[in-house]
Write a protein that binds this ligand. Structure first.
Ligand SMILES: [Cu+2]
Length: 150
């Protein structure tokens, strides 16, 4: 009797995680990339001045990018890919429930002094965004743009 319950709980936890990942980013954003098939690496500095550097990157559709987010600050930061409207919703949710961690495949958390990696394949052309979802950071302006050319 105990085991089926444990399996059920595990399944519920997994489906919850999948649901979060599925609504965490729009499908036009693309999908997690294969770390063995990276076309280009892009370094992005993240700092306690609430800025990404650079805060705009231009890439070609179909490319797999390895984002290397270098945290030179004293605070934890995040780099989350998406579109600004959804990112703002996620940030608001995280402000409301500070104990929850946003951990979709389109996100990486970077501890102070560390480098976080995110491999992403951009399947559609368009203007996308990235932001730090640590409470207060996006409202302080911590965001940038990814412009994907056809
Ligand atoms: Cu931040």
């Amino acid at each position: 009797m105990r085991k089926p319950i444990r399996v059920l709980i595990a399944l519920l936890a997994l489906s919850g995680r999948l649901a979060q990942a599925a609504d965490g980013y729009p499908s036009v954003l693309g999908k997690p990339g294969d770390p063995d098939k990276v076309d280009r690496a892009i370094e992005i500095g993240v700092g306690d001045d609430m800025r990404f550097s650079p805060d705009e990157v231009r890439i070609k559709r179909g490319q797999t990018i390895r984002f290397q987010a270098i945290n030179g600050g004293q605070l934890k930061h995040m780099l989350v890919l998406g579109r600004l409207a959804e990112l703002k919703q996620q940030a608001a949710r995280m402000r409301k429930f500070p104990e929850t961690q946003y951990a979709g495949p389109n996100a990486v958390s970077i501890e102070p002094g560390q480098t976080g990696e995110l491999v992403w394949r951009f399947t559609h052309a368009g203007d996308f965004d990235f932001a730090c979802l640590v409470p207060g950071h996006l409202t302080a302006g911590m965001r940038g743009k990814v412009i994907v050319r056809p």
